[in-house]
Design a protein around this ligand. Structure first.
Ligand code: KG4
Ligand code: ZN
Length: 360
């Protein structure tokens, strides 16, 4: 395969995955390595920030070595460096950003500090088969659904503005909390999704939040209703939650039905907001990304919904739905293509970096 130089090295350490990738000028992913810290955090049921930063430091040498090896290149062949500068866990971000800045400094290369959501936003244009990326349109809308975000954003010539945000919990966080209440292991979202495939969604029909004029996402009401329903189920059926923990076949049907109803409501809310927005300003290209973009029902429903309306739907390839460094490198490749100047090498991390609000 002929490489399209220059090559960009991507680094992502905003939460609990240590990731390094190499992407060429055409958006070809030459290597994308993600080292998960799941085993370190699992005993605590969630990510422990202190452990995460320590693990990033420990994992980096092996992860970067593996990425360069898989790409078949030496570090000296890299022409630009990109690292996530936020939002995320400050200690974890500091590790990746400092590594990226040091490499750029040491080799005299341009450096890009990339917003984590900017990475997710462009990831649906990446291909998982080693081919060059799909050309990114000048303007598109992006839905980012993850453990920390539920955002509909607009990208226009690289400028990002927010259209619809969650007022409370993020979609992935809600999946995690409901799954945790059933004793499922972290991260609970993919497990809830898998179990919900076997349930009858009519077994649990939560009420929907009322919307006024403003469009927003809200998941705390659904979460509370699901948690109460689990409690009722336990009382009525004397359900043994520890049986569910094993993720085995014997999960009671009533629990599967509950999860199916919960998932349908969670996905339904996304479709409802997209439809309302589409009726006001039709989508042309909608790029869907983030960990929750792996959700089976969400993918099926979006596919059908967008197909009927003639919308160019870009669903992130499953390999790049969760946090990864290819998306960070690719966001920087896109910046370079648009002629954006690199960031100063002393750019700092930020735990929160809001986009401008766009209320059109
Ligand atoms: O993008 P990501 O890897 O990290 C963040 O930036 O948050 O997303 C992780 C989130 C977790 O909440 C995880 O439970 C959720 O994505 N997730 C899912 C599925 N796969 C991952 N939620 C629902 N269904 C899935 N299949
Ligand atoms: Zn993410």
């Amino acid at each position: 395969m002929s490489l399209d130089h220059p090559l960009t090295l991507g680094i992502e350490t905003s939460c609990d995955d240590t990731a390094c990738a190499v992407v060429d000028k055409a958006g070809r992913v030459l290597a994308s390595v993600v080292s998960s810290q799941l085993n370190q955090h699992r005993p605590y049921g969630g990510v422990v920030p202190e452990i995460a930063s320590r693990e990033h430091l420990r994992n980096w040498p092996a992860v970067s070595h593996e990425a360069l090896g898989a790409a078949g290149i030496e570090l000296q062949e890299i022409a630009a460096v990109a690292a996530t500068r936020g939002p995320g866990l400050v200690g974890s971000l500091l590790v990746g950003l400092s590594l990226g800045r040091s490499i750029a400094w040491g080799l005299g290369l341009p450096f890009h500090g990339v917003h984590h959501l900017e990475g997710h936003l462009f990831s649906p244009f990446l291909r998982s088969d080693g081919q060059h990326a799909v050309p990114v349109p000048e303007s598109f809308e992006g839905l980012v659904v993850s453990g920390g975000h539920t955002s509909l954003l607009e990208v226009s010539r690289g400028e990002i503005s927010s259209l619809i945000e969650t007022r409370d919990d993020a979609m992935g966080e809600t999946f995690d909390k409901v799954g945790k209440r059933l004793g499922l292991a972290y991260p609970q979202g993919p497990r809830v999704d898998l179990l919900a495939e076997r349930g009858d969604p009519d077994g649990f029909c939560p009420t929907k939040p009322k919307l006024k004029k403003d469009l927003f996402f809200s998941y705390s009401g659904l979460k509370t209703q699901a948690l109460r329903a689990i409690e009722r189920l336990e009382q009525e059926t004397k359900l043994d939650v520890s049986r569910i923990r094993r993720d085995q076949d014997e999960v009671p049907q009533a629990a599967l039905d509950l999860l199916a109803g919960f998932r349908r409501a969670a996905v339904g809310q996304i479709l409802d907001r997209l439809e309302r927005r589409h009726n006001v300003r039709p989508f042309q290209t909608l790029a869907v990304s983030g960990g929750v973009a792996a959700n089976r029902l969400l993918r099926r429903e979006l596919d059908r919904w967008a197909g009927r309306r003639g919308i160019d739907l870009r669903l992130v390839p499953l390999t790049f739905s969760g946090d990864n460094a290819a998306m960070i490198a690719f966001a920087a490749v896109e910046r370079q293509r648009r002629g954006v100047s690199p960031d100063p090498r002393d750019v700092v991390v930020a735990s929160r970096i809001p986009f401008s609000r766009n209320s059109q």
